[in-house]
Design a protein around this ligand. Structure first.
Ligand code: NAD
Ligand code: TYD
Length: 352
């Protein structure tokens, strides 16, 4: 892990990963962040690393084969961490084609570039030899497994049974990653993590949306009966798990990552209202999301037993810190909600 290509690093988890990696890892020589800056990409999330000499931002699309190939030639990456994606289930319901294009074709473009650059005999279709130490890591989601009933956990062997256009596109991408390993021997890993929370999450997702509305005294839209369950993990623990897989993962393997923090949506909403000292009368039960998965819960025993990863941040501490972060950064929230953050790129990089 010396020369990294990180995609989607201006988004929520990617930005947390880049900050953590550059803060903690002196072995990193170069970290290139390739991001299209869609509505979800915000360069303000990377202000703490902007002056780091090892960090380079490239504004571009993971589906752009010429660009991705040129970056591999220029920077000679040994590691790819692929975060870039369309990531919101509700948006996937109204615009499924975009999810298929970004999430599946974007992944395949990166796989092709990695294979072409890393294979020691690139013209030999039977060769399975790669340069020492290279790895392609696909950041996936527990949602590819579909929904659980009241009991049970998703293991790495659970059937792939996605229910939303988002999760179907992530599953499609995972299957391409698997195929490149099985057919070409590409050294890959897939990580499937549960719902993340923490700083820099776009306020379209449950926790930052509810925080923002509660602060402003606006109604809190809870889908259906609010009894859907998610397994919450602080983003810093997700990033630590990705690093553990990069460092010690067995190539070709899938690793599930979860917090063991199952919470019903309505309980999260009530907790936020309580922490902010706001009334539960702000809660509005609204029409349910079509195809809404009832419950997700992750069995993380494999990554714990084989790679020694365990979550370091409890749900309670993580929520307290996350709420404090949003309250301490009203400017960030305001610029995101107003759309002003979109101008940041031209202000920072205009003319360059
Ligand atoms: P996000 O929506 O906050 O960020 C996505 C980033 O990808 C943005 O910066 C966006 O500009 C960029 N992007 C989108 N299309 C692009 C393209 N064509 N080329 C280059 N960049 C592009 O997402 P997130 O919540 O940070 O999630 C990151 C990854 O982790 C995704 O792959 C997601 O599926 C996965 N994941 C997320 C969660 C979660 O709870 N948020 C849980 C498990 C897995
Ligand atoms: P979300 O943050 O969109 O993540 P995901 O759908 O990937 O799990 O939603 C988390 C849960 O919160 C999900 O069950 C849908 C629910 N939800 C609401 O009830 N109201 C909302 O306004 C949003 C955004 C989500």
């Amino acid at each position: 892990m010396k020369k990294l290509l990180v995609t989607g690093g201006a988004g929520f988890i990617g930005a947390n990963f880049i900050q953590k990696a550059l803060r903690e890892r002196s072995d990193i020589e170069r970290l290139v962040n390739l991001d299209l800056l869609t509505y979800a990409g915000n360069l303000e999330n990377l202000l703490p690393v902007r002056e780091d000499d090892r960090y380079t931002f490239v504004h571009g699309d993971v589906r752009d084969r010429a660009l991705v190939g040129a970056l591999f030639s220029r920077y000679d990456f040994d590691t790819v961490v692929h975060f870039a994606a369309e990531s919101h289930v509700d948006r996937s319901i109204v615009e499924p084609a975009l999810f298929l294009s970004t999430n599946v074709l974007g992944t395949q473009t990166l796989l092709d570039a990695a294979m072409a650059r890393w294979k020691t005999a690139p013209d030999d279709k039977y060769s399975r030899e790669y340069r020492e130490g290279v790895v392609y890591l696909q950041v996936s989601t527990d949602e590819v497994y579909g929904a659980l009933g009241e009991t049970g956990l998703f293991s790495e062997e659970s059937p792939i049974a996605p229910n939303s256009p988002y999760s179907a596109s992530k599953a499609g991408a995972d299957l391409m990653v698997r195929a490149y390993h099985m057919t070409y021997g590409l050294p890959v890993n897939i990580t499937r993590c549960s719902n993340n929370f923490g700083p820099y999450q776009f306020p379209e997702k449950l926790i930052p949306l509810m925080l923002h509305n509660a602060e402003a005294g606006r109604p809190l839209p809870v889908y259906g009966d609010g009894m859907q369950i998610r397994d919450w993990l602080h983003v810093s623990d997700h990033c630590a798990a990705i690093m553990a897989v990069l460092d010690r993962g067995v190539r070709g393997e899938v690793y599930n990552i979860g917090g063991g923090n199952e919470r019903a949506n309505i309980d999260i909403v009530r907790l936020i209202l309580k922490e902010l000292g706001k009334s539960e009368s702000l809660i509005r039960f609204v029409r349910d999301r079509p195809g809404h998965d009832r419950r997700y819960a992750i069995d993380s025993r494999k990554i714990t037993a084989e790679l020694g990863w365990t979550p370091a941040c409890s749900f309670e501490r993580g929520m307290r810190e996350t709420i404090a972060w949003y309250l301490d950064n009203p400017g960030w929230v305001q610029r995101v909600v107003s759309g002003e953050y979109m101008d940041y790129y031209s202000r920072m990089y205009g003319g360059k």
